[in-house]
Ligand binder design. Structure first.
Ligand SMILES: [Zn+2]
Length: 186
């Protein structure tokens, strides 16, 4: 069976973190954020991420695939909107905290990683699962991997049996190798 590794670089989460940090900086400086503008930037990064990931095993066809990719983006934008509201309140409450800026920026950095992970899990669930029979769980192999994910390392799951996907847990960095269906193999 044809196996494809869907490992990702840190580029997209880095870009998401930058967008969220810039949003946080505006809040810290009492400047208005334009959610439309943030949505546009986030969409660009997420679409680039899911489309490039799909292209590792199947070319992207706008007519066939676009709506599925947009659905993933929309889900993440709802989370980002909630995050901006929470971050706004948190900053207002903690204006006197000396560590405010450092903490707020760090939090946005982590949120960027979390959103990337959630988009990855949604991409697996909504797109990759239709094209493959299952996947092998992979961890990044360092000492920050959760023990529960370490237990899954190198294990094969069918999509039906997978009770959890890489990227679903907060800031999970795990990734998959998928076993493609016959008709998808290049
Ligand atoms: Zn993990």
């Amino acid at each position: 069976m044809n196996k494809v590794d869907l490992k990702y670089s840190l580029d997209h989460e880095y870009r998401l973190s930058k967008i969220l940090q810039s949003m946080t900086l505006s809040l810290l400086n009492h400047k208005e954020n334009d959610f439309q503008e943030i949505s546009k930037e986030v969409s660009k990064v997420l679409l680039d991420f899911t489309i490039k990931s799909q292209e590792k095993y199947k070319s992207f066809d706008a007519e066939r695939d676009k709506e599925k990719h947009l659905e993933i983006v929309r889900e993440q934008l709802i989370k980002i909107k909630r995050y901006i509201n929470a971050q706004t309140k948190w900053i207002e409450k903690n204006r006197d905290n000396k560590e405010l800026k450092k903490k707020a920026l760090r939090h946005s950095e982590l949120k960027g990683r979390d959103i990337k992970g959630n988009a990855y899990a949604a991409f697996l669930k909504d797109i990759v699962s239709k094209d493959s029979v299952g996947f092998v769980w992979n961890t990044v192999g360092d000492d920050r991997v959760r023990p529960e994910h370490e237990d899954r390392d190198q294990e094969f799951f069918t999509w039906k049996d997978a009770d959890l996907l890489p990227g679903e847990d907060i800031m999970c960095r795990c990734w998959v190798e998928v076993y493609l269906k016959k008709e998808i193999r290049k």
